[in-house]
Design a binder for this molecule. Structure first.
Ligand SMILES: Cc1ncc(COP(=O)(O)O)c(C=O)c1O
Length: 292
């Protein structure tokens, strides 16, 4: 479809976001509060459920809607490409946030969607085990549960110590059939922060994959996948990252590292490609091979 030059020029948006004040810094609490009109006359303390949108997000959404409605590009190819460019900058920002590479970031619909993609992509065999903490967010394990019936996968529950998930308990639970640890880096029910560096070390030393859900961390507490090299990371945007609920497109940064998981890289790349059209996220094996 060609979007012809006969279209009227795009109308200007009625919304004009306030110009940023150069004197304001990130540490200026009242300035930060001004970015969140939802906090103007009340305290908001429930970002662990659904965060509030800042005015910057409002402006970006308005711009997107404007472009979708008025199509400033002269033809459909350019229109499509300009939408893809917005996704590209989101990937770069996400990569910056987690210390990763934008080529390893895929934009998917939700944390749950990312988990489903990973559950479909990580090859597990009959008798292989997945570990999950007793008090974990239930949705973390859900994509693996049907595999108990269909593929003979074992989902082992690791006890919590009064709501704390400790690396020593996971170490005790690992045996020769353990392939994957599922872990929220900050727990949904009590805010307990796991010792991620210790979990990464355990996973590497035991040749077990580590998949983390960071939705209760990113935006509130920093994370650097260079220092804590997890294998897979999923993160919805609608909590501490203040993205719109359901519309948000979180990151699944993916890297498969074990030789026996080369297949995972290939399958994951294919699935992410389908989910994250039109860009092809590359999935790298840790030995340095790019497999998609
Ligand atoms: C730890 C954790 N993971 C995942 C989710 C749900 O994420 P999504 O709605 O993006 O699938 C929640 C929401 O409460 C959560 O607390």
């Amino acid at each position: 479809m060609a979007v012809g030059p006969t279209l009227p020029p795009p109308r200007l948006l009625p919304y004009n976001p306030p110009a940023p004040d150069p004197r304001r810094t990130l540490m200026d609490i009242s300035a930060a509060r001004d970015c969140f009109p939802g906090t103007r006359d009340r305290a908001f303390l429930d970002a662990a459920s659904v965060g509030l949108l800042p005015t910057q997000a409002e402006a970006a959404l308005q711009q997107l809607v404007h472009d979708l409605v008025h199509v400033p590009a002269r033809e459909s190819g350019a229109h499509h490409l300009s939408l893809g460019q917005a996704a590209g900058s989101a990937r770069r920002e996400i990569a910056r946030l987690i210390g990763g590479r934008s080529a390893d970031v895929a934009l998917v619909e939700s944390t749950t969607h990312g988990l489903e993609i990973l559950a479909a992509a990580i090859p597990l065999q009959h008798g292989d085990k997945v570990l999950v903490g007793e008090t974990e967010y239930l949705g973390l394990a859900v994509p693996w549960l049907p595999k108990r019936e269909t593929d003979g996968i074992i989902v082992d529950v690791v006890p919590s110590r009064g709501g704390r998930l400790l690396v020593d308990d996971f170490a005790t639970a690992i045996d020769s059939r353990t392939r994957l640890i599922l872990l929220s880096t900050v727990q949904w029910n009590n805010g307990f922060r796991c010792d991620l560096a210790a979990f990464c070390e355990l996973a590497r030393s035991q040749n077990v994959l580590l998949l983390v859900d960071t939705i209760q961390q990113l935006g509130a507490i920093g994370l650097d996948v260079g220092r804590t090299p997890v294998d897979f990371l999923v993160n919805g945007g609608h909590k501490w990252l203040n993205a719109p609920p359901e519309l948000c497109r979180p990151a699944a940064a993916a890297a498969a590292r074990l030789p026996q998981h080369r297949d995972a890289g290939r399958r994951l790349g294919r699935l992410l490609r389908q989910a994250d059209h039109p860009r092809r996220p590359r999935v790298h094996l840790r030995e340095g091979r790019s497999c998609v």
